[in-house]
Every structure is written in C-alpha cells, then in structure tokens.
Design a protein around this ligand. Structure first.
Ligand code: ATP
Ligand code: ZN
Length: 630
C-alpha cells in the first residue's frame, strides 16, 4: 500500500502542506531536517536552544567549522535551504520549555518530532502534545542503540506511560569521604569542587558540608571562616598560582588530613594519603597563563588524550587550569557550570579527579576517559542517527496518511554475534496505561523524612528533578506554594521564605505523614497527586537523596517485561539465539515497514541492518545509563 500512498499527488500535497515541529537540531535533528525536506515536507519549525560546538561536527553534517558558536537551529535551517530553497523553515534558538511555546503553539502543528537528549525536555513536550492533542514521534540514540516511538493521545502509550532510567546518583558520603572508584572522584571534581571554585557563590555544594561533618559542631568561629565558601575565592592581590596552590593544599592536604581523623571510616578501608605539593612539584615550572593556549594541558605539552598523566603532571594541570580561569576568563567566574566541550573545564576535572584518586589509591583516568565520565558521553554513531531519522519520517508519513494501524515503534539494537550489525525491531505501539500519571489517572507515593527534608528539597529533588515539573503549584490543605510568572513581589518573598522550612513545619498544618499533595503545572497542563509518608531513615546506597518515589509506572513496566519473555532481541543480544545463517542478515519486515526479504550480509561491513518482526522489544540500559529506554 505504501508505495502507492506516497506516490499519490493528493498525499504529496498533504505532506508539503503539513505543519511539522522538530525539537532539537543535534545528531538526530540535523538528519531529521534533511530527510524531512527530501521527503517533501515544506512547512517546518525547528527549535534548539544551543549553539554549535566543534565536537558536533563529526556527525551533525549540516554544520561546518565556520559555524561553531552559532545557533544550531538557525544554521541547520540555512544549510537545508541551500539545497531546498522552496521550503519554509522557521528556526528558533530557544528552550522548548519557554512559555511562548505553550499549548496553543503546539496546536498549530500536525505532528511533533523530538530529537532531544534529555528526559526533562522530552517529558515537557509529551505533556504539551497530550494537552494539545497532537501526535508525538519520540526518538533517541546511544551509540548503536536507538529507538523511535509513536505517541498518539488515547490510542498509544504516552512517553511517560513507561518508566525512564534516571541518571545514576551516588551516596554523598562516598563522594565526600570514601571514594572507591574513578567515577566517584570525577563526580567530586565536577559536582563539588568545580562549582565551588567557578560556579555561583551562593550555591551550597557538599564540599562545604565536608568540613562541618569532619569537625562536628565544635568547630570554632575562626575555623568557620576557613570552611566557608569565600575561602575558595581568589583574594584581593593574590597571584593566580598562589591561589591555585592554596586550593591544592586545602583539598589534597588539609581536607585529607581531616577526613583521616574520622576513625570509624577507616576500620575496614585504607585511609587516604595527603599529597605534598612541594614534594610533587619539586623543581618543575608552571606555564605562563597568558601564552595563547586556552587549554592548560596543551600549554604543558600534554597532547595525548588517551594517556593518563602522572602525579606531577596532574598537579601541574590542576594549578595551571585554575590559574588560567582566573587570569584569562575572570568574567565567567561565579557563573560557570561544567561543560564537557570546554577544554579547560575538562583539564581541571581530569587533574582534580586524578589527584583525588591518587590520594585514595584509585586508578587514574586519561583526559579522554575523564571527559567521557564527566560528560556522561556515549559516543554517537552517525549511521544510527540517520536510520533513526528515516524511521521518524516514515512514522510521520503514516500519521499524516491517518494510517495509525501501520504505525510502529522501532528499536535499534546491536546484534551480539556480529558487532556493529544493527537490528531493527518494529512493534505495534502499546496501549495507553490507564494509571499513567500523565495520560491516565494515578497517584504517586512519596516516602521522605518530613521533619528534616525542606520544601526546597521537595520542589527541586522531587518535583523538578524526578517529575520534570517546570513551574509547580503545590496545594496541601491550607498550604499553597506557587512558582511562575505573574506573582507579586510579596508572594515571591513569602514563598521563598518557606523553601528552607521542613515539610512538617510549613504553614497551614505542614506536609506530614499521610498528607495528599496536589501539584499542578499550568505551563505543562499537568497535575498529579502525591501521597506522602514519613520515613526516618533511608539506605544511602539505594536512595542517596533520601527520597523514595513510587508510582504505577514502575509496577506496570515490570509486568510488561514479565509478559514479553519471548523477546527476540533480548535473546539475540544475549547470544542465546543466533541468526539462522551466519552469513546472512534476515530482514523480516512487518506490515507497512519493509515487506519480507532476505539480503546478503558481508563480513566486516559496519553498517549492516537486521530488521526483525514482532513481538515488541525494549532497549536495555547502556553501560553508563545515558539515553536508555527513552
Ligand atoms: N529544552 C530544550 N529545548 C530546545 N532544545 C533542546 C532542549 N534540550 C536539548 N535540546 C537540544 O537537543 C539536541 C540534542 O542533540 P544531541 O543529542 O545530538 O546533543 P548535542 O548537544 O548536539 O551533542 P552531544 O551532547 O553529544 O555533544 C541538542 O542540540 C540540544 O541543544
Ligand atoms: Zn501515559
């Protein structure tokens, strides 16, 4: 049926006049835009908040070196217009969560196509698509893995019917005092030390807590001044290298010395060893900061990114990167957040984490590996993005043809016995889940210590971080808390004065054991009820942030897994089954996707594709947990 449909002039007109919103102009987004216009789409809006980085150029083929620093959406649109001048592309360099892209804006499209890279934005788009009643085609890739899902309100699962893996977190006491693995040191450098030195000064990092915990409540006033965040700022008139050395001594000598006094930590572990800067540097010199290099490691001649540095090299990069920040980028200090594309930030994280690793007897990492860990990078494969984008457009065509029966969600997996052979697993989209917290009707249950957790924790860790609320309004009995535009100054002041209060001490009776909290977000047309139970203590390993949030999504997802035990992809990926003929790729299509055919697969061909038929399959987690089961 499909060749005829796509050749039909009336359908071609439909495609060319269809209004499409593409969100994200990165790896998938660039491929998608190109494929959309080559397929005949002519009326496209493209949103991306970001600018082009050098590291994007290896796979985002609409961009060239000269575009680095420019808007991704704008440049992608201009690049496509070069070879398809008769299409209309409206590009926005903006966050899809901005209020101007509300439900009315979404209603202006026939279909929304996501090429995003984070759960938060995906959830936001999902909620607005449901509110606007516009079909959403969701996608994601991670190396050789990829997936495309079709979400049509009331007919198929919404993006949030299934549970999605949250980024891995670590117990804070492990990060602060007892690291055991390289990743613990990288997290310490990235989330504790980097923000303390270069980020917002009013933000509290766990580095401040470290000293308090070690000294207990007996610490003196004078000691308090040493502990405070201001210690980490460069003093008036202080030479940049003197400043860097003061920080080195603080974190690798004094803090390590302090933590060693916590005897109970070292009963079953080897205590760390202080690093003696003078001894390490010996007669080694440090490079001038104004020598034209933006990277500290390159200024030191350390250009082999796969080779781990020794102790002295790490110390020199640590000092040189701090000095370089304060001398060459002073205006950014106080505003920086770690960016994996900022070479100096990666230098700093690599050196800072390696020094900590050396103090604790943990293996060190190369610049390349530390960057991968800090940036949570799964190296992207351009072919996976291209296949995924082709599938998105295929599904968009079916939606426009109103042939929802033919819609498929497709999972790309790597065939275990033939590395780099990609399998496509199309399946019918699943039914909506009646108890989905977004498209269905369900209550969530939250276990939290209501006498110690603050409203700020509830808002930031539970509502924004776990549930992707944008501007929550919280109602519980007589208690009301609001965020968002249009609030009076006195309301803003009152609400922010409540943030440090514990949940049980909030006005209007507080949020205590058994409370039912109603949370709404007008910007997402979304609301949810949360039943709160008080719990005194939490297992730090399992629940490092002291929160257990459970909803129906989890239980249903488990049930789904149990019922799809005959999952061909899982079995093939585990090597339990093999391809019928080792030299062939079986392409078993399903209606509307490929038809049935067999094709030859030559050894060593990187881009082979296997398409398996139903039943449905689910992508598993990737080693570092990024962008798995979207
Ligand atoms: N809230 C958002 N609004 C608009 N665009 C977004 C939003 N969140 C993410 N994006 C965009 O989605 C795109 C995702 O593309 P991709 O996964 O290839 O990321 P990238 O930043 O280009 O590459 P990498 O992260 O691998 O360096 C990015 O260009 C990113 O800017
Ligand atoms: Zn749902």
């Amino acid at each position: 049926m499909w060749p005829e449909v796509t050749a039909d002039p009336a359908f071609k007109d439909k495609v060319s006049s269809a209004r499409v919103l593409a969100v994200g102009a990165g790896g998938i987004g660039c491929e998608l835009l190109k494929t959309l216009v080559l397929t005949g789409f002519k009326n496209i809006e493209l949103i991306d908040l970001d600018t082009i980085e050098t590291s994007n150029l290896n796979r985002q083929f609409l961009f060239r070196k000269r575009h680095v620093g420019q808007s991704k959406a704008q440049v992608a649109a201009e690049a496509v217009l070069q070879f398809k001048p008769d299409v209309k592309i409206t590009a926005h360099q903006a966050n899809i969560k901005e209020l101007k892209f509300g439900v009315d804006y979404f209603k202006g499209f026939d279909v929304i196509l996501n090429g995003l890279d984070n759960l938060d934005a995906r959830r936001h788009v999902n909620r607005l698509c449901l509110a606007a009643g516009v079909p959403l085609i969701e996608s994601g890739t991670a190396g050789y893995l990829g997936q495309v899902n079709v979400h049509v309100k009331d007919l198929s699962r919404c993006f949030e019917c299934d549970e999605h893996a949250a980024p891995k977190t670590f117990p804070i006491c492990t990060i602060r005092n007892t690291p055991e693995k390289p990743i613990h040191c990288v997290v310490w450098a990235k989330d504790l030390l980097f923000p303390r030195l270069f980020g917002r000064q009013d933000a509290v990092t766990d580095l401040d807590e470290q000293r308090k915990e070690v000294n207990g409540s007996s610490s003196s006033q004078a000691d308090g001044a040493v502990q405070g965040p201001s210690f980490f700022l460069q003093k008036q008139g202080e030479n940049s290298y003197d400043y860097a050395k003061r920080i080195f001594r603080r974190v690798y000598e004094q803090d390590i010395e302090q933590v060693k006094t916590m005897d109970e930590l070292w009963k079953t572990r080897r205590p760390p060893q202080q690093l003696d800067l003078k001894e390490i540097l010996d007669q080694q010199t440090l490079p001038e900061t104004a020598n034209g290099y933006s990277s500290a490691s390159r200024a030191l001649g350390l250009t082999e990114s796969h080779k781990a540095w020794d102790l002295c090299e790490n110390a020199r990069v640590f000092l040189a990167s701090i000095a370089r920040y304060v001398d060459t980028r002073p205006d950014e200090i106080g505003t920086l957040v770690f960016d994996k594309d900022d070479d100096l930030a990666v230098d700093f994280i690599t050196a800072a984490s390696n020094l900590r690793a050396l103090a604790y007897g943990i293996p060190t990492q190369s610049h390349f590996d530390a960057k991968g860990m800090a940036g949570n990078i799964v190296h992207a494969i351009a072919t996976t993005n291209a296949i995924t984008s082709g599938l998105i457009v295929t599904e968009a065509l079916k939606i426009l043809a109103n042939d929802l029966d033919s819609c498929r969600e497709t999972y790309l997996t790597e065939y275990a016995e033939r590395k780099h052979v990609v399998m496509l697993n199309p399946s019918r989209p699943s039914q909506p889940k009646p108890d989905c917290m977004v498209c269905g009707c369900s209550m969530l249950s939250l276990k939290i210590n209501t006498t110690t957790a603050t409203l700020a924790t509830f808002v930031d860790k539970v509502l924004k971080s776990r549930l992707s609320f944008n501007m929550p309004t919280i109602m519980c009995g007589d208690f009301l808390y609001e965020e968002g535009d249009g609030l009076e100054d006195d309301e803003l002041e009152m609400y922010s004065s409540w943030l440090p209060k514990t949940l049980s001490a909030l006005p209007g009776g507080g949020i205590g054991n058994g409370a039912i909290v109603d949370v709404q977000d007008q910007s997402q047309h979304f609301s949810v009820k949360i039943v709160v139970s008080h719990q005194d203590n939490f297992d730090e390993e399992k629940h490092p942030d002291g929160v257990i949030l459970e909803g129906s999504a989890k239980s249903t997802r488990q049930a789904h897994h149990a019922s799809s035990s005959a999952n061909p992809v899982a079995e093939l990926s585990n090597g339990a089954q093999s391809c019928p003929d080792d030299n062939e790729v079986v392409i078993v299509g399903s209606k509307g996707i490929t038809g049935f055919k067999r094709a030859r697969c030559d050894e060593g061909d990187d881009d082979d594709v296997v398409i398996l038929g139903e039943p449905p399959a689910r992508v598993g987690t990737t080693p570092n947990g990024k962008r798995t089961r979207l």
